[in-house]
Ligand binder design. Structure first.
Ligand code: SF4
Ligand code: SF4
Length: 131
């Protein structure tokens, strides 16, 4: 399909506008869920073998590409953005440091630390992990 440069920019601007509107709608519809962004410079990241991060995508702003705070700070790159869904966490990569929960700006937190389940339970808890 051929598309003129003018149309290309028009479509790009339209998509950008849609994304901004989606994020704005989320923020306006649930202002009580939004907090200020905690500064991770004050957080001491210590791995905990017995802990793992778990996503609660109901309040995750990444659903509308409105937030990347946890992904940007996850050193083992255990967090993936899934557009329209939120985030997914790979428990095999997660070292239990808790940085993602600390920096998450919404309340209740859209990513929370939990006791790491035994191997059999891990599959059930993270059913949506992509291989
Ligand atoms: S606890 Fe640490 S390693 Fe695990 S997902 Fe969160 S930031 Fe990444
Ligand atoms: S920091 Fe919180 S709101 Fe932002 S992408 Fe991560 S889980 Fe979602």
């Amino acid at each position: 399909m051929n598309i003129s440069r003018k149309d290309f920019f028009k479509k790009s601007l339209f998509s950008l506008g849609e994304a901004v509107c989606s994020v704005t709608n989320v923020l306006n519809s649930a202002p009580e869920h939004v907090l200020s962004m905690p500064d991770s410079a004050h957080f001491v990241s210590v791995p905990h073998e017995d802990q793992t991060a778990v996503a609660y995508n109901e309040t995750c702003l990444a659903k509308y590409s409105g937030c990347f705070a946890c992904m940007e700070r996850c050193e083992p790159e255990a967090i993936k953005l899934i557009h329209g869904v939120g985030i997914r966490i790979n428990p095999r990569l997660c070292d239990g440091c808790g940085t993602c929960e600390y920096v998450c700006p919404v309340t209740p937190k859209a990513v929370r630390m939990q006791q790491r389940p035994k191997p059999v339970e891990t599959a059930a808890l993270h059913e949506d992990i992509t291989p």
